[in-house]
Design a protein around this ligand. Structure first.
Ligand SMILES: C[S@@+](CC[C@H](N)C(=O)[O-])C[C@H]1O[C@@H](n2cnc3c(N)ncnc32)[C@H](O)[C@@H]1O
Length: 264
């Protein structure tokens, strides 16, 4: 969906208008809750996008607290700033956070760990910028084997487009194994507070839109022939028939993994 950092302002606005309500918005209050954010705290939202987690954090910390979002993509930050000029939006890399040691009480990261070249380094950076006793919390998606809809979908695409499709469509599911996340947290000197598995929903206007969204976001779009793409769309319509309502809207179950850990 947002694998590229070269998003235009229009694409970032589409992200906020369509993808946040259809998928990303639902996890934000869960992540804030998992991190035990409370009134008056200072909270950093890493890879904030248009800022849905930062907004949820502000609802809890109130005006006595501080909320900062940081992202690599200037267009995402522009949309975030336009929507919520009352929060702080900073351009920066999750793997080299532009903040002092121990500047925040809590650092959160939602739906982005799998984009980082070195996720362990990003978690270590989050640990660095929270105070001793502070909390780092991550949200990502469970591995494909635990995804009731996306697992069969990726197998369908691989059946038509070849096994490399599993890799090309694999980004979102690559950092969701709980043991792996616990390992990243431990390597950053954090001790586990809680991990959660949360079944949510991804809403699409149609089954064909699922195929289009998922394939267009990857290099697979340029690699497959039009007739292969058509077969994938037809297969997706059959596969996801059970998830469509009368209007054609498709609601796919999608499993997220959330983890909170404390700096010693
Ligand atoms: C799927 S979006 C999630 C955005 C937001 N956390 C949300 O839940 O809506 C992924 C975000 O990660 C950002 N991103 C990717 N790599 C990054 C990096 N190394 N440092 C900071 N942000 C990064 C992208 O610019 C994008 O805004």
């Amino acid at each position: 969906m947002t694998e590229t950092f070269q998003l235009t302002r229009e694409q970032a606005q589409v992200y906020d208008d369509l993808f946040v309500p259809a998928l990303f918005g639902q996890w934000a209050p869960q992540l804030v809750d998992c991190a035990r954010v409370h009134h008056g705290q200072s909270v950093l939202d890493v890879a904030c996008g248009t800022g849905v987690v930062a907004r949820a954090a502000r609802d809890v910390v109130g005006h006595g607290g501080r909320v900062v979002g940081v992202d690599l993509n200037p267009a995402m930050l522009e949309v975030a700033q336009g929507a919520r000029p009352d929060l702080e939006w900073v351009h920066g890399d999750a793997e080299d956070l532009p903040f002092e040691n121990a500047e925040f009480d809590v650092a959160l990261c939602q739906s982005a760990l799998f984009f980082f070249a070195d996720p362990g380094r990003a978690v270590a950076e989050m640990a660095r910028v929270v105070v001793p006793g502070g909390v780092v919390a991550l949200q990502t998606y469970a591995p494909l084997a635990e995804q009731p809809a996306y697992g069969p979908f990726v197998e369908l695409v691989a059946g038509h487009a070849g096994p490399e499709a599993r890799v090309l469509l694999g980004t979102y599911w690559s950092q969701g194994a709980v043991d792996g996340l616990i390992g990243l947290a431990a390597a950053a000197g954090l001790s586990l507070l809680e991990s959660r598995s949360s079944l949510g929903v991804a809403v699409f206007p149609s089954a064909a839109a699922v195929a289009q969204t998922e394939i267009q976001a990857t290099p697979l779009a340029e690699q497959i022939r039009p007739e292969t793409y058509e077969r994938i769309v037809a297969g997706t319509e059959e596969l996801f028939g059970e998830y469509a309502d009368e209007s054609g809207l498709v609601r796919l179950p999608i499993r997220a993994t959330l983890l909170a850990a404390r700096r010693g």
